[in-house]
Design a protein around this ligand. Structure first.
Ligand code: SF4
Length: 134
């Protein structure tokens, strides 16, 4: 069954409205949403190709850990536990300014806020940056 599904582009924080062309539960294409107040029927190049990564074989769908020089897919619990343990060890040994947090234009304002709050209030560093500044 073919249908158009409204959504928001996830490539950057602008938040353009899109319509996904869906056929039998597979996303085939992306169209600009003419009635959306942000983009008013326009998309940049990234927005037009929004559907391509969803079905890509190269898409990462879970966490990986490098073990003995090779990447292995692991559970979220193991990956988060490893990251938390190593972050704690590094901060305990070298101090909070030995680490930094890089945020992303692909997450929401609220998630970016929480990330800088985590850096400042939990880790204790002001080393916070964002990919949109690069
Ligand atoms: S279409 Fe382009 S400008 Fe709009 S949200 Fe997507 S990446 Fe950003």
């Amino acid at each position: 069954m073919y249908k158009l599904v409204p959504s928001i582009c996830s490539y950057c924080g602008t938040g353009c409205g899109v319509l996904f062309e869906v056929l039998d539960h597979r996303i085939l294409g992306t169209l600009p949403l003419k009635t959306h107040p942000v983009n008013e029927g326009r998309l940049c190049l990234k927005g037009w190709s929004l559907h391509e990564y969803v079905e890509s074989d190269m898409r990462l769908t879970g966490p990986y850990l490098r073990i003995n020089g090779r990447l292995h897919q692991v559970t979220w619990e193991r990956a988060i536990g490893f990251a938390a343990r190593r972050l704690t060890e590094i901060v305990d040994r070298y101090g909070p300014d030995s680490v930094g947090v890089l945020a992303s234009a692909k997450i929401s304002n609220e998630e970016n806020y929480l990330l800088q709050k985590f850096a400042r209030a939990v880790v204790g560093t002001n080393n916070v940056d964002h990919c949109a500044r690069l």
